[in-house]
Design a protein around this ligand. Structure first.
Ligand SMILES: C[S@@+](CC[C@H](N)C(=O)[O-])C[C@H]1O[C@@H](n2cnc3c(N)ncnc32)[C@H](O)[C@@H]1O
Length: 323
């Protein structure tokens, strides 16, 4: 029997991966790939029913832009890895275009998980979130009152998490306070969109801070999540975030991660055009696909994590802090 490959051939130090990297490092080719990546992304999304340009136009109001100053923490120092071109935006996540397009990009991402089913983007998004929450219900902490969503982007992950635990808590007899959820991100542009989307003020706080140094007191949370964040980070940043998460979690609490599954057959078989576009817009891909996340969690002091392939492309990891 052929053993399962631990990672795709297009990531790491394999020949195919090195060839793609060489192309990405050639400026003229890279510029072309970036433009290409953007066009393909928007065209495919709209063809599949995601209202890409309409969502951006509706979101982009003077009120949104006015929120930037109030949400920006002037003490934040952006790490170098965060100040590189990302997702075909030359200013990475630190610009309005990235923030305005984050929601439609997230809707399109969920549709790509089930390409052979005729799903609406809303159904695909619900299914994506539910597949993570189902694993959390099975292996996560039984009591969750305080939640931190790290790398919350425009708040889609934060709101689904908050509502899920709000409903669960309503069925429990004694509760210290209603579920409180914090969304934290390094991009104040993303946070401005998140706050606008949270029209009912369900989320306790939208916090501008690096996840490596959140500013929260020790043992503040029962659950910390990183939803589709780790593949966008160099491993050194992920390790620092794991250490910070350990500090802010209560004993018995857990860190839950959902992200691309390096062992997914779909990801390993991505067509060349797709993995090249992906590598050209997500600079830490190679580092992610060759990083042993489970070992890093254990060496931070977490109990050995549970790992579940939660959908055809993604895996969920749940790591507990010992009681
Ligand atoms: C792909 S998005 C996350 C999507 C979101 N969690 C969801 O599931 O819809 C990754 C986010 O991580 C944020 N991020 C990256 N590095 C970070 C760091 N060191 N601290 C806080 N946020 C960070 C980015 O700004 C970006 O908004």
């Amino acid at each position: 029997m052929t053993p399962t490959k631990l990672k795709p051939d297009w990531a790491g130090d394999d020949l195919l991966s090195r060839l793609v990297n060489r192309a990405i490092q050639t400026p003229a080719l890279y510029a072309l790939m970036k433009r290409q990546a953007r066009q393909v992304m928007i065209k495919t999304a709209e063809k599949n029913g995601v209202p890409w340009r309409q969502t951006c136009a509706t979101l982009d109001t003077p009120e949104l832009r006015q929120q930037l100053t109030a949400l920006t923490n002037p003490a934040v120092v952006y790490p170098d890895y965060y100040q590189v071109p990302f997702h075909a935006y030359s200013e990475g996540n630190l610009c309005w275009q990235a923030a305005l397009e984050a929601a439609p990009a997230t809707y399109a991402m969920a549709l790509r998980v089930w390409p052979h089913e005729d799903l609406s983007w809303q159904t695909a998004q619900d299914r994506l979130r539910q597949s993570f929450l189902t694993v959390l219900d099975q292996y996560g902490p039984t009591r969750v009152d305080d939640i931190l969503d790290v790398g919350c982007s425009v708040g889609i992950s934060t709101l689904s998490l908050h509502r899920h635990y709000g409903q669960k808590q309503a069925q429990q007899p004694s509760q210290p306070h209603p579920v409180q959820t914090v969304g934290l991100d390094l991009s104040p542009y993303m946070l401005a969109v998140a706050q606008t989307q949270d029209a009912g003020g369900e989320i306790a706080q939208w916090v501008h801070a690096p996840a490596e140094s959140t500013g929260f007191s020790e043992a503040s949370f029962d659950l910390v999540t990183m939803q589709f964040v780790v593949h966008e980070l160099p491993r050194t940043a992920t390790q620092a975030i794991f250490a910070e998460t350990m500090r802010v979690l209560r004993p018995g609490g857990a860190l839950a991660i959902v992200d691309n599954n390096p062992q997914s057959a779909v990801i390993q078989a991505l067509p060349p055009v797709l993995f090249t576009l992906m590598k050209s817009t997500e600079p830490w891909s190679d580092d992610y696909y060759t990083f042993d996340v489970e070992a890093a969690l254990v060496s931070t002091g977490f109990e050995p994590p549970v790992l579940v392939p939660s959908d055809p492309r993604h895996r969920t990891l749940i790591a507990r802090k010992a009681t």
